[in-house]
Design a protein around this ligand. Sequence first.
Ligand code: PAF
Length: 281
Amino acid sequence: MQVFYDKNSFTEYIKSQKHQHKTIGFAPTMGALHAGHISLYQEAKKDNDIVVSSIFVNPTQFNNPEDLEKYPRTMEDDIRKLEDSNLVDAVYIPSIEDIYPNGMERQHYDFGGIENEMEGAARPGHFDGVGTVVEELFLQVQPDNAYFGEKDFQQLKIIEKLVEVSNLKIKIHGVKIHREENGLAMSSRNMRLSEIEKETSALIYKTLKKVNDWFKVISVPEIKSRVEEIFDRDDMELEYFLIADEETLKEVDFFSEDKDFRTFIVVNVGNVRLIDNLHLD
Ligand code: PAF
């Protein structure tokens, strides 16, 4: 595996791969790698000649400076995990200047409204920051295919819109959520949970599965009040829970046969913000 710490050498590498007509599968990350990231590379390996990843903690997508500061940074460990996976051909670890040569500005995007729902409402500017960094990485990596986890389902939808509005010829692939044995969705943030918190956080996925059982049997307001009751406890704080149309990501308060629905949840455990979702079937 080749490791690139600057844009110039990385650009030369990409040029030579393109020259050899190699197809490129790309999975961007912010590091603190876990089995969920490895599953992105496994998917990428199936469809492409080479697999490229990046590690860059992107300041412009954090609306909360404390969250940015606390974001886990485990570079040596990450590089070892990438090597051990035997799935990744090259990893790009750019500097701030490689991504933001003209200063750390977010671009403003119109993603047709999905950017204002859920995480967009809770974290103003977040998706402009994600769009800015992912568009720049796409321009530098020039992938044929790019892979994103469904844990950040709204982000996945935003990236699908990004390639549409920016006219990029990249196929976006969503990859199923990778879970701990107890059901907790894998996330870099889980590193900040104590063992007890990890155990209690299993309640999040358990609840989403219950919602799937209740789906179409009881009304949405009734489901919401049951979920609020479940999280009426001292060791967790329910930030939001909702059921949304999977296409528009708009919250619904009743179901219809002709649409797909997904349930979304954010729970704060200590000072760790955990996010999860589940397609309802
Ligand atoms: O999902 C992430 O890790 C980040 O939002 C991404 C896509 C790497 C952009 O910084």
